[in-house]
Design a protein around this ligand. Structure first.
Ligand SMILES: C[S@@+](CC[C@H](N)C(=O)[O-])C[C@H]1O[C@@H](n2cnc3c(N)ncnc32)[C@H](O)[C@@H]1O
Length: 877
């Protein structure tokens, strides 16, 4: 595969660009004509050629090169073309009669053999030109071509594959014997352009003007595709009352209509037969005529109606309906309509006026839409509940972690492929057509007005719908919506956090306590030299070291047990011997603790609003276990358990023992009681880790240097950021405020340097793995020594040995005890080179253990390792 083409700027440079430069063509498009001519050979025999839309003149250069000497070549373009030998060029718009006259003036009564057209609307110059679509330009060039082409002549034009393409081909087919569409290799694949080569001009005596009239040629098409384009009256209706996703006018503007802003008169609206499509097609309703001015001053023309008439593109469904109601009332007032009976009766009436039918139609359509949307909401709610139930079941079966619930929940709510942002657009669609969401959305995209209304489709609130709901229902809906939005936000946060590597590590540690801290080695039995099992920890070892002094090197290993009271070797040994039984107990406790943690996390999770209303049965046992969790003797768990216990205790006591009393003083609400214990937490953190932020260190420096006082600091604490009530504010808002709405405490260079120095000191510590390896080594040494001592005791007690023999044996044992274990046997590595490769048997001159290696083997070993690693990775996924 070749290199991908760059798309922008100089990146557009490609083979043909370079070739054009080399060969002196003004545009790379010259090669398109060269290639077309190579295929159809129309230039060599041509005596007269007209190039429409010819600037900068690449095609003219080609024509001049390939056409016979003394042939006539005329080029026209909106922009001036630099002179080219043998070419006459002028500046004109090919859609104007002036251009036609200029060509006529140049050719006199000559006819052209070839008419070329490579035009494209000049996007970005004059907007009217922009709007003039390519297809219309093609039709205009055809109009000139049929006027100037000789019978049997060739017309070559560029068209874009669009909705108009077939219509154009049909017209070409009426005027030329052979019509072929082709894409020369130099035309970029990414471009939708295609060249149509029309040969053998039929030169009919009479050409039906409709063939060259864009209104006529593209009419069929627009009517056939009107459903798509949203241009038919039906669709306008749909646009107003059931806005569909806005479709851009990719096919260009409507015939003869090149403006975006349209004004309609009130008379048209009132007297017209299709008020709904009228509303969908204009931007403003004006009151200019005398009659309209009178309507304006009528009582039934309320100020809201007038305001609505000012800009229809910003109206919602309710506003449109108000306008329709106004129209009906006015028509009745003017005597254009008779007052109609209720809908049920109307259905039985056969002779109803057309307008009444229409109103009724709208009414029915609206009712149908309301019913549909209600059913859809219900379906969605049911589906949502099913998913929640399923997730809870899976949770109970421990098939999923609380985090997964968020993801599933978010998946089903946000839809697929929307995980980069908190997508309000999707959420509001998913969450139904609720008023709250409109409020939310209006914050975001109100500017788009009608367009956004259309794009939001069902998202627009059915004002009357809401009006029909009783307030309780509405409140419930709003609560539901808010809860779901909260859930979505949580899931979004979850997702953000999960992308954060630090958070992932934290989570992994939280879930797997064994990863959090290394707890040293667990004593298995005396002979075991497997060091994988661990209990104790480097930190504990260090602490023990600190407690018993650095000099007792051989002792500290034995101190690594959990019980600090056990200070002697003997005591530890006893502990270790009893460790088997204890380990089982500990394991079961640990498992229980983990289970408890999960259940705590689960209950926390299900405490969220979003699960309100879902029937969840959590067994009492699980709750009851929380107490145990607190009592767990595991150090780390204890810490968390303490917190959890405190929390659960607080919540329990608040539920059982206290009655919640609404605050008497409004001011009290201003205080952030939720984080009352934050100071304590901060203090304990500072005690444990020291000051951690530049701000804190800066303040500390200032205090030490007497640049500030405690009172000052307290006074500074009362600022505009400190007394904000957080009551009732959504979580996403508070999060955002937490990030940005806070005072900036100045930091000093010294503070930053101090923190950096501390960090460097921390980094300079031996890494955990080294510490672990050292500790392992020491543990083994201690084990060996103990073993030796035990054996020595046995030797000492032996009665059949002389004192001398005993002494010798004990010495030997002790030597073995303090030695570094069995020395590793030396294995010689013999590299098999040249003729030795692949030879079996001991190589000459090599004594002892040996291993033959060669380069092939090295590669194979490496490959095997690679494969092993890859398969491990796959398995772990
Ligand atoms: C792709 S360029 C033509 C390149 C030309 N074939 C060449 O090889 O140098 C399209 C040209 O169409 C011209 N054009 C667009 N609309 C026109 C119009 N209404 N009348 C005349 N020229 C027009 C633009 O000015 C532009 O120069």
């Amino acid at each position: 595969m070749g290199k991908a083409q760059k798309k922008t700027g100089k990146g557009r440079i490609d083979k043909y660009y370079k070739l054009a430069k080399e060969q002196g063509y003004r545009a790379r498009s010259a090669f398109k004509l060269i290639q077309l001519n190579k295929k159809y050979n129309f230039l060599e025999s041509a005596r007269c050629c007209i190039d429409l839309c010819a600037a900068p003149g690449g095609w003219l250069q080609v024509a001049s090169k390939y056409m016979p000497q003394n042939s006539v070549i005329v080029g026209v373009d909106l922009v001036p073309i630099k002179p080219i030998p043998r070419v006459v060029s002028f500046t004109s718009d090919i859609t104007t009669p002036q251009c036609r006259n200029l060509i006529r003036g140049e050719l006199k009564d000559w006819k052209a053999d070839v008419v070329l057209h490579d035009g494209a609307p000049n996007v970005g110059t004059a907007w009217v030109q922009d709007a003039y679509s390519q297809s219309e330009l093609v039709l205009m060039s055809l109009k000139l071509a049929v006027e100037f082409l000789i019978k049997g002549g060739t017309f070559i034009t560029k068209v874009f594959r669009s909705a108009d393409y077939n219509s154009l081909l049909w017209v070409f087919g009426q005027l030329f014997a052979k019509v072929e569409a082709t894409k020369p290799p130099s035309s970029r694949n990414v471009s939708a352009e295609i060249f149509v080569v029309c040969r053998d001009f039929l030169a009919p005596k009479q050409i039906d003007p409709k063939f060259l009239d864009p209104k006529h040629v593209f009419k069929m098409l627009s009517s056939s595709s009107s459903v798509d384009k949203g241009a038919s009256s039906n669709n306008f209706q749909a646009n107003v009352f059931q806005p569909e996703k806005k479709r851009r006018r990719r096919d260009g503007y409507e015939d003869g209509d090149y403006t975006l802003f349209k004004e309609g008169t009130a008379a048209d609206f009132i007297r017209g037969m299709d008020p709904v499509s009228f509303l969908g097609s204009v931007n403003k309703i004006s009151f200019k005529a005398d009659e309209e001015q009178e309507w304006r001053s009528l009582d039934l023309t309320k100020p809201e109606v007038l305001a609505n008439c000012e800009d229809l593109k910003v109206l919602g469904k309710g506003d449109f309906k108000a306008l329709i109601r106004w129209r009906t009332a006015l028509r009745e007032e003017l005597g254009l309509d008779v007052k109609t009976k209720p809908t049920e009766e109307l259905t039985e009436t056969v002779e109803v006026t057309e307008e009444v039918d229409e109103e009724q139609q709208i009414q029915e359509e609206l009712e149908r839409l309301n019913a549909e949307s209600a059913a859809r909401r219900k379906r969605e709610r049911r589906r949502g509940n099913e998913v929640k139930q399923r997730t809870i079941q899976r949770m109970q079966l421990q098939m999923t972690a609380p985090l997964d619930i968020g993801l599933e929940f978010q998946d089903q709510s946000l839809g697929l492929g929307q995980d980069d942002v908190l997508d309000l657009e999707m959420s509001k669609k998913q969450l139904g057509k609720q008023k709250t969401y409109v409020d939310l959305v209006s914050l975001v995209d109100d500017k788009d007005g009608f367009e956004s209304d259309e794009e939001e489709q069902g998202g627009e609130v059915m004002d009357e719908d809401e009006g029909n709901l009783d307030p309780d229902d509405q409140n419930m809906k709003v609560d539901e919506l808010e809860a779901e939005l909260d859930g979505l936000y949580d899931a979004y946060q979850e997702r953000l956090n999960e992308r954060d590597a630090k958070y992932r590590v934290k989570e992994a540690r939280r879930k797997d306590k064994s990863r959090e801290e290394w707890h040293g080695f667990q004593r298995q039995d005396d002979d075991s030299d497997d060091s994988e099992e661990s209990e104790g920890g480097y930190d504990v070892v260090q602490a023990a070291k600190a407690r018993f002094g650095e000099d007792s090197d051989s002792d500290w290993g034995s101190e690594s047990g959990d019980d600090p009271d056990t200070s002697s070797n003997g005591g530890n040994l006893k502990r270790w011997r009893g460790a088997d039984a204890e380990t089982d107990e500990r394991k079961s406790k640990k498992a229980k603790t983990e289970q408890l943690e999960t259940s705590w996390a689960t209950s926390m999770w299900f405490d969220q609003d979003v699960f309100a209303g879902v029937d969840m049965t959590v067994s009492d046992d699980e709750h009851g276990d929380e107490g145990m969790h607190v009592e767990s003797d595991d150090e780390d768990v204890d810490e968390e358990g303490g917190e959890n216990a405190a929390q659960s205790e607080a919540s329990e006591s608040s539920e059982d023992d206290f009655e919640v009393v609404p605050p008497e003083d409004q001011d009290e609400q201003m205080w952030d009681v939720e984080h009352e214990d934050q100071d304590e937490i901060n203090q304990s953190k500072i005690k444990k880790y020291g000051l951690l932020t530049e701000e804190a260190v800066s303040i500390a420096h200032r205090l030490v240097n007497r640049e500030t006082t405690k009172t000052h600091l307290i006074n500074d604490g009362f600022n505009r950021y400190s007394l904000n009530s957080k009551e009732g504010l959504p979580a996403w808002f508070l999060d955002d405020e937490g990030k940005h709405y806070k005072s900036n405490i100045p930091i000093t260079k010294e503070a930053v340097d101090a923190l950096r120095a501390r960090q460097r000191a921390l980094d300079a510590r031996p890494i955990k793995k080294i510490a672990e390896a050292k500790a392992r080594k020491k543990l083994k040494a201690t084990q060996r020594l103990e073993k030796a001592m035990k054996k020595a005791e046995g030797v000492q007690d032996a009665s059949d040995l002389s004192e001398r023999a005993k002494a010798q044996q004990i010495e030997k044992l002790m030597r073995r005890g303090v030695s570094k274990g069995k020395p590793k046997k030396d294995i010689k590595v013999v590299v098999a080179k040249g003729s030795h490769k692949g030879l079996k048997g001991r190589p000459k001159g090599v004594k002892g253990r040996y291993k033959m290696v060669d380069s092939r083997m090295k590669k194979e070993v490496r490959a095997a390792k690679r494969k092993d690693k890859a398969s491990k990775k796959r398995k772990s996924r």
